[in-house]
Design a protein around this ligand. Structure first.
Ligand code: FAD
Length: 407
């Protein structure tokens, strides 16, 4: 068998799967991830449907498969700079960010203890702060501290350098350009949340208790900014009412004209989590129509049976802020009545957008990569090509791994 070398761009659950599948049948895969850790959005979930497992469940198995297979190589904090050539002979330049903390790091945390600079904690979507020298999260793979170059005072400070006992810090490190040749390339670049600030009538950004679904994930997570407590960000108290607004910006010509396919199941999950954690809470979910499939149908049944939750067919189009209180305006389609609901916390179920929105590669009208128009030897998997949940992403990533090693 002629061994092939495949470049996988994006180290989320789908990129990891593609790289592992390629390596486990005897080929080589290089996984290039722009963040300092792999795992993508799944590591930011509190729990994930359909089984509501914590992210450790699926990820730890895959981390082990990577640890045990020397044919998967990982480059974190790296991006593809340029590529040329064709199938069988792609020449790629990859830029790896300056490695201010190297692989000698034991994650003792002393660098963060003495670091004087605070930055927005990007893992928690800026809902709290951490230090410029930081461990991205408890499940980080690789398990290493890193330094935010844009926040670090470098040689003006050097406090981390003084306390590191393992010679793991080099504040003079510079970015590195790596050149390699590949048989094929897989884009597993996934998605980004749609910017809720674009939907003016929903007033996101104008009141702390209007949050998005990805922010809710972090509030619900035990390793999130509130250690898993669902709170009103304005005063940290437990909300007595929560409204979920489905299709916030989705299926709307002015924003995302498509359905992201996962937001309904995500909000059902969030409603169950909130009901379980808060007990005394009234949860309303305003939806156009609930799009759940496969095993998530059981999930819908669970929500329908939860007495804390009410599902209301109707588009909520506006959030009014009056005397610092939130009022959600919606139309209850079944009764035909226009409603105005006061709510302590409002969660916007914003859709997902492809990460490579601005790339020059062939895309569909919504910006997702088009596999049948990509140059030979280049493929797109999972959410780089369409909105999918994790289980469908894994199937897609496995199928693409086979294509990537074909002659
Ligand atoms: C609110 C919400 C909740 C959800 N909950 C669930 C759930 O409970 N269960 C479920 O099955 N699904 C859920 N989903 C869907 C799930 O997030 C996706 O199925 C999953 O993230 C797809 O994985 P992926 O690897 O394709 O993409 P991602 O998870 O987005 O990973 C892509 C990776 O590529 C990296 N990357 C991007 N661009 C580049 C680049 N140019 N160079 C290098 N690296 C790059 C990113 O940093 C990231 O690590 C949810 C979605 C939303 C919006």
């Amino acid at each position: 068998m002629q061994q092939k070398h495949v470049l996988v761009i994006g180290g989320g659950i789908s990129g990891m799967t593609t790289a592992i599948e390629i390596a486990e049948v005897g080929h080589e895969a290089l996984l290039v991830e722009s963040k300092p850790y792999i795992g993508g959005k799944v590591v930011q979930f509190s729990q994930y449907f359909p089984k509501l497992c914590p992210p450790q469940c699926g990820l730890e198995i895959n981390f082990n498969r990577i640890r045990n297979n020397s044919r998967v190589k990982i480059l974190t904090s790296a991006r593809v700079n340029s590529m040329e050539g064709s199938k069988g002979n792609f020449k790629v330049q990859i830029m790896k960010k300056a490695e201010l903390i190297n692989s000698k790091c034991t994650a003792c945390g002393k660098c963060a203890d003495v670091c004087p600079v605070e930055r927005d904690n990007t893992f928690n979507y800026g809902l709290d702060k951490n230090k410029a020298a930081y461990l991205p999260h408890e499940m980080s793979f690789p398990f290493s501290y890193t330094i935010d170059e844009s926040a670090c005072l470098r040689n003006e400070c050097k406090k981390c350098l003084d306390v590191c006992e393992y010679d793991a810090i080099n504040l003079d490190a510079r970015e590195e350009l790596i050149e390699k040749t590949f048989h094929s390339i897989v884009y597993s670049t996934g998605w980004e949340p749609y910017d809720a600030g674009e939907i003016a009538l929903l007033n996101y950004g104008n009141h702390p208790d209007i949050i998005t679904n990805v922010e809710f994930e972090r509030y619900a997570a035990a390793n999130g900014p509130t250690a898993g407590h669902i709170i009103k960000p304005s005063d940290q108290s437990a909300p007595k009412t929560i409204v979920f607004i489905q299709c916030a910006g989705s299926r709307d010509e002015k924003h995302l004209s498509y359905c992201s396919s996962v937001c309904c199941s995500a909000s059902l999950k969030h409603a169950l989590i909130a009901s379980e954690k808060l007990k005394q809470v009234k949860i309303l979910i305003f939806y156009i129509d609930l799009r759940v499939s496969g095993r998530n149908e059981d999930f819908l049944k669970q929500v329908e049976e939860d007495e804390n939750v009410e599902l209301i067919k109707g588009k909520a189009g506006k959030i009014n802020i009056n005397n610092n209180k939130l009022f959600v305006e919606a139309e209850d389609i079944l009764s035909g009545i226009k409603t105005k609901t006061e709510s302590d916390l409002v969660v916007l179920a914003t859709g997902i957008q492809p990460s490579l929105l601005n790339s020059k590669l062939p895309k569909d009208d919504y910006g997702f990569l088009l596999n049948d128009k990509l140059p030979e030897g280049i493929f797109a998997s999972a959410c780089a090509s369409k909105p999918l949940d994790v289980s469908a992403s894994l199937k897609d990533a496995t199928a693409i791994s086979l294509k990537a090693i074909q002659n």
